[in-house]
Design a protein. Structure first.
Length: 270
């Protein structure tokens, strides 16, 4: 799918997420107030893949936590599938920067932790967990413990855990930042494969401009704190994508444009 097709989808499909003038303020030490986010507005269509990029401290992770219902917003409205989001929601799965797997539980037991926590029918979800682990190549590791897995395998397990309740939306907070370059590339391909097969709506936080262009239908470029969306960049590259696309002129032009936006915002902030 090109971004023209994605744009058509965005216009024709009702948004699954609608954010209007979101803001977040913190009370810091010495009673100083920190404005993390200010007037953040956007909408995202069902099935889109959107990345958030911006300088460190711009509020990307804060915004993701608000979208996950893990952090209350100070101002603004946030609608999920035409209802106001007021807290954690079963329709939203989250993949954190670290896999956060409990070391005393097997891979399968870690995947099933949200089901156990919500006291849902374990046997039904156990079958789904085994099927999902098979889709990410972890069938032979379901009874292993986290320390027996590589970093990439641990993140695959954490993605399966986020998908176990079949959420409509998958939020990913720099999930591959700690991986080596080669493993990170393979995980990018893996997450695109999962996205294509599941058609989830994905919001992906990253510091990597290359990663954002490679994965996304649209890239949201954020300003330095107080963070807001400076520009939304549609990515008009064909899908499915492979790593060779990174070397194309069009890919480089998108990366250069986003890099220019980030540097311009940093210069203004300085």
């Amino acid at each position: 799918m090109t971004s023209a097709a994605s744009a058509a989808l965005h216009l024709s499909v009702p948004p699954i997420i609608e954010a209007q003038r979101l803001g977040k303020r913190y009370r810091a030490e010495r009673d100083d107030e920190v404005v993390a986010l200010q007037d953040v507005s956007f909408d995202i269509a069902q099935g889109e893949f959107v990345s958030l990029v911006g300088p460190s401290g711009c509020g990307k992770s804060t915004l993701l936590k608000i979208l996950a219902g893990l952090l209350p917003r100070t101002t603004g409205t946030l609608m999920l599938a035409n209802r106001e989001l007021r807290g954690p929601d079963a329709d939203v799965g989250v993949v954190f920067q670290a896999p956060v797997l409990l070391p005393w539980r097997t891979v399968l037991q870690n995947v099933l932790l949200p089901i156990e926590f919500r006291r849902l029918p374990m046997q039904d979800y156990r079958r789904r967990a085994i099927e999902l682990l098979a889709t990410v190549g972890l069938s032979d590791f379901k009874d292993r413990y986290p320390h027996e897995l590589s970093g990439g395998m641990q993140q695959r397990a954490s993605i399966v855990r986020a998908l176990i309740q079949d959420p409509q939306i998958l939020l990913m907070d720099e999930p591959f930042g700690a991986l080596d370059a080669m493993t990170r590339e393979q995980m990018n391909l893996e997450v695109l494969r999962i996205w294509r097969s599941s058609r989830k709506t994905v919001i992906f936080v990253t510091h990597s401009i290359t990663e954002s262009v490679f994965l996304s239908d649209r890239v949201f470029v954020m300003t330095p704190r107080p963070g807001t969306v400076a520009e939304i960049v549609p990515i008009d590259l064909p899908r499915p994508r492979d790593l060779a696309i990174v070397n194309t002129e069009r890919f480089g032009a998108y990366a250069a444009h986003i890099r220019g936006l980030l540097h311009a915002k940093e210069d203004l902030a300085g």
